[in-house]
Design a protein around this ligand. Structure first.
Ligand code: CA
Length: 256
């Protein structure tokens, strides 16, 4: 039993007319899924909703309640397979319906099982870990600016201001196959995990996020503080966060 609390919040932001992000938590399964859709005429909302619903449904079926969970290597396969199948379903819908042509979505999938986080992602939505006051990004963006940083053509600081910083190099639904990054991370007592879309990370620095994640109070309070801060900076895009961490009232070593 993972014993963790989950809290999700998604917000339209201050500028956009609609919200193309989607968030979904299944605390019984220990699952959080977050997606940032793209595509015109509400198609982005369709893609992000399809990704979250498909992945949660497939994993709930593959890992039924009351049955002992398999080991981490098998969990990694299940998470990868659910994400690949969501890609195929979105791609098929985009191929079959003219109104959905060109839609796609990022995704972050976090499955907490045993003493491990099994984490999958595609695109530039991110996962971070706050441990003993230190914030660390644990996903690497699939984006043009990340490739340029990796190649030494841009510094990380230049990447923050690059005009093409929102261009992703991978997304679900764009082609019939996608490469999903899957990695496992050991959990420590008191960790607080943040999944978020670029509407948060474009508005806040890592230092801002670390300070807000370390606020006292429950996860809902901290999620609201993150979203409110991004909106206060302009809220130029939809903003979504999922926080996973200790239940309120438990000792919280992340804050020590
Ligand atoms: Ca976005």
């Amino acid at each position: 039993m993972h014993g963790l609390a989950f809290h999700a919040r998604t917000d339209r932001g201050m500028v956009r007319d609609n919200n193309e992000d989607a968030v979904l938590c299944d605390p019984v399964l220990g699952l959080a899924v977050l997606a940032d859709g793209m595509g015109g005429y509400q198609a982005g909302e369709v893609a992000s909703a399809m990704a979250t619903v498909h992945i949660a449904a497939e994993l709930a079926q593959a890992l039924p309640a009351g049955v002992a969970l398999p080991g981490v290597p098998v969990l990694e396969q299940r998470v990868r397979s659910a994400t690949e199948n969501a890609n195929r379903a979105i791609w098929q819908a985009a191929t079959d319906h003219a109104g959905y042509s060109g839609m796609g979505t990022t995704v972050v999938v976090a499955l907490y099982a045993h003493d491990t986080l099994v984490l999958a992602h595609v695109g530039d939505s991110r996962a971070y870990r706050l441990r003993q006051g230190q914030l660390q990004q644990v996903t690497r963006d699939h984006s043009y600016v990340q490739e340029q940083v990796d190649a030494g053509l841009l510094t990380p600081t230049q990447a923050l201001a690059a005009p093409n910083r929102n261009l992703v190099t991978r997304a679900l639904g764009v082609e019939n196959r996608v490469t999903v990054d899957v990695a496992s991370h050991a959990l420590a007592a008191g960790d607080v995990w943040l999944l978020c879309t670029d509407g948060l990370t474009d508005m806040l620095t890592d230092a801002d996020m670390a300070a807000l994640l370390a606020l006292p109070g429950n996860l809902a309070h901290r999620a609201n503080a993150l979203v409110d801060a991004a909106n206060a900076r302009g809220g130029r895009d939809n903003i979504s966060v999922i926080l996973v961490g200790p239940h309120a009232g438990h000792a919280d070593p992340a804050l020590l």
